[in-house]
Design a protein around this ligand. Structure first.
Ligand SMILES: [Zn+2]
Length: 398
């Protein structure tokens, strides 16, 4: 029988659970979660709805356990989901993770930050999803993780932060891992550290998920025998926007923990109609997209996951290996886009035309500073200045 791949929507879960025999051949399962229909936005209705989602996901967990041919599982909240009342129960996510069969060696959990602790009577002890994930990561070849909060408990126990006086950090072993990506980006910035790992009182600036996850993964990668020498271990985040200095760009940073290098990609908003964002990817290349999620996908690179034409989420490598079609890329080449939209201008392009030099590009950071979250800055060439009155945006001759 042909291997089967399925993208499941929330409303399909009950019929999926009701027909266990027809699911046994499944090779991959993607659960695409979006805000479910609410009776109203009254707190009572929102709470009832979120509780129903929890119960439905828990039933799904029971139906996943017997799928002993399942190679890949993804729980994915598509970007730009208008789910501000939508809370995905961490208890339910934990039951799904705990139900994954031994055959499952690719795992994505991307909640778009919508995972929440279950509160109220009978909800039990709070779940720490990093600890739940730590129990299944050793069986994985590919994993991509993005949760509301994250910390080094994903990869070990002990000191959750660098420079901690507490016990040393004891990493787990990831003998099968080939590609791991932890996406710590939240809006333009970084997701918080988990409450279980946060320091009280919080230092200033407070440690966040990037500090803790990179600390854990770097310790794991530097201890001999913890991971294959060829494994790609990446952590991604974004710098915040700096509205006081327009020469500083929001920068997506992907750190490659094994090689202790990182790639930094500057991003800027170009226009509202058509919606366009630019990103510079290094060596003079520029891409434009109407969708910032496509820029993040590009920044995640080969360690990321792709969406196949039918909504399946799979590691980039598996999509190619299994011969599946991917969705059309939402990226345009910068020069092609600019030729088709000649009236659209960004100050970067204006400044570069003015002085005749390229002023900004993607950057590779090597060695000690590879975990730096310094944003990329538009260069000010010799003979030019940036008057403060224009938020340092526009070049003027000296
Ligand atoms: Zn955690």
């Amino acid at each position: 029988m042909e291997p089967q791949d399925m993208a499941l929507l929330y409303d399909d879960i009950d019929s999926f659970v009701a027909s266990p025999a027809s699911n046994l051949e499944l090779r991959s399962l993607t659960l695409r979660l979006t805000q479910t229909t609410l009776l109203s936005h009254e707190p009572q209705d929102v709470e009832t709805n979120n509780l129903q989602v929890e119960q439905t996901l828990t039933r799904l967990a029971g139906a996943i356990a017997p799928l002993n041919r399942l190679c890949a599982f993804s729980l994915y909240v598509p970007p730009h989901n208008s789910g501000h009342h939508f809370e995905i129960s961490q208890t339910a996510i934990a039951s799904i993770i705990e139900s994954l069969p031994q055959s499952c060696v690719s795992l994505e959990i991307d909640t778009a930050g919508l995972d929440h602790a279950t509160t109220g009577p009978g909800s039990g002890a709070p779940i720490h999803l990093c600890e739940t994930l730590r129990t299944v990561l050793p069986q994985m070849r590919y994993a991509r993780l993005s949760l509301r909060t994250m910390c080094s408990s994903l990869f070990g126990t002990g000191a959750v932060l660098p420079q901690s006086d507490a016990s040393p950090y004891n990493p787990i072993t990831l003998p099968n891992m080939q590609g791991l990506l932890v996406n710590c980006k939240r809006a333009w910035g970084t997701a918080p550290i988990c409450a279980a790992s946060a320091q009280t009182p919080a230092p200033t600036p407070a440690w966040d998920s990037w500090d803790s996850v990179t600390h854990g993964l770097q310790t794991l990668a530097t201890e001999p025998g913890r991971v294959r020498p060829t494994a790609n271990l990446c952590v991604l985040t974004s710098t915040p926007q700096d509205n006081s200095d327009k020469s500083k760009y929001v920068t997506l940073i992907r750190a490659d923990i094994a090689s202790q290098t990182s790639h930094a990609f500057p991003v800027a908003f170009v226009s509202r109609g058509p919606t366009a964002w630019l990103m510079r990817t290094g060596e003079g290349r520029e891409v434009i997209s109407s969708d910032t999620a496509a820029l993040v996908d590009a920044a995640e690179g080969q360690t990321g996951w792709a969406t196949a034409g039918n909504g399946l989420r799979l590691p980039v490598q598996l999509v190619a290996k299994w011969g599946l079609e991917t969705r059309e890329s939402a990226l345009d080449d910068g020069s092609v886009w600019r030729a088709s939209n000649p009236r659209k201008m960004h100050l970067l392009w204006y400044n570069e035309k003015l002085c005749g030099e390229r002023l900004l590009d993607g950057e590779m950071r090597v060695g000690k500073s590879y975990l730096s979250r310094e944003p990329l800055v538009e260069r000010t060439p010799a003979g030019w200045q940036r008057p403060d009155t224009l938020l340092r945006a526009q070049l003027e001759p000296l």
